[in-house]
Design a protein around this ligand. Structure first.
Ligand code: GRF
Length: 193
């Protein structure tokens, strides 16, 4: 059975969508634990409310990656909770070789664009600046690159005249909350085969 360790740095609305899909039977999986590199991130509060183990992981001295001692600690925490898949959900750090090796092929991420378009930061801003009529969101397996790796599922979102980053991101978020549980369901079904 899929036992998901969710990593996030912010609000955790995608985590919430996954947890709700599990709670109402749309997704056959468990949440092993929720890990955040930000002590007061709302994702940890959501996890506590949902009754899932909520763990703050101090990632110092690094600012943009999960590496060294904290990476080892992360692996230990996931293993202690029986996690067999990592779902990155707004985790603002790059995962490095230690985790990529320990969970090879079992790390997924969600990104607010139709990859390979607009990888990296501020994907909605990139879409508006590029003048595209359509963007969306992508759930993909994580490899060593930034927002690269095999795509599991995508959902499209129109870019409307007058859209700001905020209005566009709100529309993308709605689709993300459908896409992430859907992608995890696909993975869970493959596990059962
Ligand atoms: C999402 O837009 C996701 O695509 C990106 O970070 C955001 C996380 O939002 N990687 P939330 O914390 O799940 O609300």
């Amino acid at each position: 059975m899929l036992n998901i360790a969710v990593f996030g740095s912010g609000s955790g609305s995608n985590y919430q969508a996954i947890a709700e899909a599990i709670a109402d039977g749309r997704l056959k999986a468990r949440i092993a634990c929720v890990i955040s590199d930000v002590k007061d991130a709302f994702i940890l509060e959501r996890a506590r409310k949902m009754g899932h183990p909520a763990v703050y992981l101090d990632c110092a001295p690094f600012k943009t990656k999960l590496d060294g001692e904290s990476e080892k600690r992360a692996i230990r925490i996931i293993e202690e909770h029986g996690g067999n898949l990592i779902a990155l959900a707004g985790f603002m750090r790059i995962v490095k070789a230690g985790i990529l090796t320990a969970f090879a092929g079992r790390i997924v991420n969600i990104h607010p664009s139709l990859l390979p378009a607009f990888p990296g930061l501020e994907a909605a801003r990139q879409a508006i600046d590029a003048g595209v009529r359509e963007t969306g969101c992508t759930v993909h397996f994580v490899d060593g690159g930034i927002d690269t790796g095999p795509i599991i599922c995508q959902r499209r979102v129109p870019v409307l005249p007058g859209d700001t980053v905020e209005t566009l991101m709100n529309r993308i978020h709605e689709q993300e909350h459908i896409a992430y549980p859907e992608a995890l369901r696909k993975i869970a079904e493959n596990l059962d085969k």
